[in-house]
Design a protein around this ligand. Structure first.
Ligand code: ATP
Ligand code: MG
Length: 515
């Protein structure tokens, strides 16, 4: 099985003149991109980077990011994309944790590099892309200066290709080692299911440090199609890019689908070229989904569910199940069916015993997409991955008799009130159907009688008294699931991929409790 770097070589041979990536006003054919990947590989080799070495990248989406992926692959090295929204200390933590030999930084992040350069213990080369006035190496000079052929390297399927750090939503980010075999399995699903052909234009709208952006960027080469790289997930930039390049396929997170229909700059664009919107990475309320389907009436929608540790998506809700009415309309709340050869189990999180069909428990999966492990953390790897390759997702959910998976939040976010389990996403879904609620989050807060009770944090577009919001929920939910209190705020804190920062919201209420 050839690795992805060989796939690029093959694309450059079979259709050299097709456009591979577009970024801003630059377009690169597969032939040009293949050459640039070789040049990147030569520069890395000249810097002493070889098999198993780590190359960290801190940048918004760019062509350099993509060519570095393949350049690193061609010398057997591993790209470590770093979340650019992290604080300097957190960036330093990741670059040091990965023991990166080279650190490539985009121009916006020079101040971050200045702050941490003296603390990077293993990094011999600090390289800045498109920067001016800095003491570091200049990316263009660095790659152009490298002469000679890169060493011919044939990756083994089990070689690590990319080390992504998980989002850090529930704790310190961990280095997730993903192999060539993991990516080939993940990418293999797309060709048929997404109905891609040579006229497809895919937009890489999510950050390339996140598994969604990373897999999409690689999809361009895997399928030999054109990819438009959006520098950042800005709704206006995305909409203008769709219109300009007649984008056919895109992955968006729910928070973008939530706000895009409300932005005049977005609704003024012609988005009719979109054939398929994939969405996932956090729960979506039915209202948000309906709003997006109304914004894009001729576009098909597919939900995906997955994690960094499983190379992105492992289940998919097909377009055909996106029906607003009729006997199967409940499927709109499902994350769909397992992809390819993925197997799912639902177990009791405490005992890891299988639960009967329909009962909510922890979701386990076994798929060729399961990561190799957490970098330098055998304890965490053993806790997450069993000897026979079952991965504990930490998410709660159930399977119905047709094999559809329904996600009920993370096991850790579940609220236990008087012995009853409450999944915040279910309450959030109801709150989002209130006409004046534009965003919300539900958390558990301590309660003397019930142990904990749900509390709603809401963003409102009109003045609505707390008791009215609670009444609204009472009419639609079992009493114990209804928020005991409602707090109005200007915004719900989220990470860049739209995940609500529940840990941060919960903290002030629990800091004096022993939990
Ligand atoms: P960390 O593991 O570092 O705390 P994280 O779990 O947020 O961070 P990711 O791997 O980016 O990092 O996200 C995976 C999680 O996203 C899943 O465990 C799940 O909770 C959530 N998720 C992904 N897809 C969906 C979906 N379709 N519906 C609901 N939740 C989803
Ligand atoms: Mg996680």
């Amino acid at each position: 099985m050839p690795g992805l770097t060989e796939t690029l070589r093959e694309r450059a041979r079979s259709h050299p003149d097709r456009v591979a990536y577009i970024a801003g006003d630059t377009q690169l054919t597969f032939r040009d991109f293949d050459r640039r990947a070789d040049r990147a590989a030569a520069a890395l080799a000249a810097a002493g980077v070889g098999r198993g070495d780590r190359v960290a990248v801190l940048d918004k989406n760019s062509l350099e990011y993509a060519e570095q992926l393949f350049g690193a692959g061609r010398v057997g090295a591993v790209q470590v994309p770093v979340n650019y929204r992290l604080a300097p200390d957190e960036v330093a933590y990741i670059v040091n944790d990965a023991k990166a030999k080279v650190f490539i930084v985009g121009p916006e992040f020079l101040p971050v590099l200045d702050a941490i350069a003296g603390r990077l213990e293993h990094t011999a080369h600090l390289v800045v892309v498109n920067g001016v006035d800095h003491p570091y190496e200049d990316y263009a000079t660095w790659v152009e200066g490298a002469s000679g052929e890169p060493p011919a390297y044939e990756p083994e399927p089990s070689d690590v290709f990319v080390q992504l750090y998980s989002s850090g939503t529930t704790g310190l980010p961990k280095g997730v080692m993903l192999t060539h075999a993991n990516y080939l399995a993940a990418l293999g699903v797309s060709t048929d299911v997404w109905d891609l052909d040579e006229s497809s234009v895919l937009m890489v709208a999510m950050p390339m440090y996140h598994v969604a952006g990373n897999v999409l960027a690689l999809n361009v080469v895997y399928n030999g199609i054109t990819g438009v790289i959006a520098r950042e997930p800005d709704p206006g930039l995305i909409a203008r890019g769709i219109e300009r390049h007649r984008v056919t396929h895109i992955f968006l997170v729910p928070v973008l689908l939530q706000f895009m229909p409300l932005i005049p700059e977005v609704t003024a664009c012609d988005l009719s070229s979109l054939k398929l919107v994939l969405y996932g990475a956090s729960p979506i309320s039915e209202d948000v989904l309906r709003g997006a389907m109304e914004l894009l009436p001729t576009t098909e929608f597919m939900q995906v569910y997955g994690l960094t540790e499983v190379t992105g998506a492992i289940t998919m809700l097909p377009a055909a199940d996106h029906v607003l009415n009729g006997p199967n309309a409940h499927r709109l709340r499902s994350a769909g069916l397992p992809n390819g050869s993925c197997e799912l189990r639902i177990v009791d999180p405490a005992t890891q015993e299988d639960l009967p069909l329909g009962e909510v428990g922890e979701i386990l999966c076994r798929t060729p997409q399961n990561m190799k492990g957490y970098w330098g953390n055998p304890g965490a790897t053993a806790a997450a991955l069993s000897d026979d390759n079952w991965f504990r997702t930490g998410d709660a959910g159930y399977l119905d008799e047709d094999g559809y998976l329904y996600i009920h939040d993370r096991v850790k976010d579940m609220i236990i009130s008087g012995g009853e389990n409450i999944y915040p996403a279910e309450v959030e879904n109801v709150l989002m159907s209130h006409p004046d609620v534009t965003d919300c989050a539900v958390i558990g807060v301590p309660d003397a009688k019930w142990g904990e009770v749900p509390k709603a944090i809401v963003v409102l577009s009109a003045d609505v008294p707390e008791k009215d919001v609670i009444e609204f929920c009472r009419a639609r939910l079992a009493h114990f699931k209804c928020p005991a209190s409602v707090e109005r705020r200007d915004a719900v804190p989220r990470n860049p991929t739209g995940k609500i920062l529940k840990r941060q919201l919960r903290e002030p209420y629990w800091k004096d409790q022993d939990r």
